[in-house]
Design a protein. Structure first.
Length: 181
């Protein structure tokens, strides 16, 4: 019975982590069409651009995520200017330093990403230690407690990683909003 419980717990943790990663993939909502957005967008298209290297399309930032890593990309098809995620350090605040609101959101991203990575990693380690103790057929009462506590820590870490990626999205939005068009 212990091995069945352990397998179910590991499968559940894997599905939870995969679901959290899938929530950060690019599932953009379709644009909302209203009369105000059309009137604002129309003049931006008719303005002549003086220098294409400094245009909004070339300078705007976006991110794409793949399996726990967020690639920050400049422009529609531009270069990757940084990678954020587990065990990856990127100074987003320096990247968006020209926008004060973006810097604030970037600091929130950095805090939540660090907390989520640290606690999630410790939780995963705790689950593995509990699983090893359980698989050794020890009658130790600590093994189920380690597995449950580790699973809760992983869930807390995934929650903070998700909050961090939301803050990263807001960071890029603020930065793009403050760009000159």
């Amino acid at each position: 019975m212990n091995s069945t419980f352990l397998r179910a717990l590991l499968i559940g943790a894997t599905v939870s982590v995969a679901t959290a990663g899938a929530q950060t993939t690019s599932h953009a909502a379709p644009p909302v069409a209203n009369s105000e957005s059309r009137s604002v967008a129309a003049p931006a298209r008719t303005r002549p651009q003086s220098d294409s290297s400094h245009s909004y399309d070339a300078q705007a930032l976006r991110f794409e995520s793949r399996w726990g890593a967020a690639y920050i990309i400049r422009g529609a098809d531009g270069p990757v200017v940084g990678t954020a995620g587990l065990f990856r350090s990127l100074d987003v605040t320096q990247l968006v330093a020209s926008s004060p609101q973006a810097v604030t959101a970037a600091r929130e991203f950095k805090t939540n990403n660090f907390r989520g990575s640290l606690v999630g990693g410790l939780g995963a380690t705790t689950v593995v230690v509990g699983a090893i103790l359980t698989s050794n057929s020890s009658n130790n009462a600590a093994s189920p407690i380690l597995i449950v506590a580790g699973s809760l820590a992983v869930a807390w870490g995934v929650q903070h990683l998700n909050m961090g990626y939301s803050a990263l999205s807001r960071t890029l939005w603020w930065y793009n909003r403050d760009l000159t068009r």
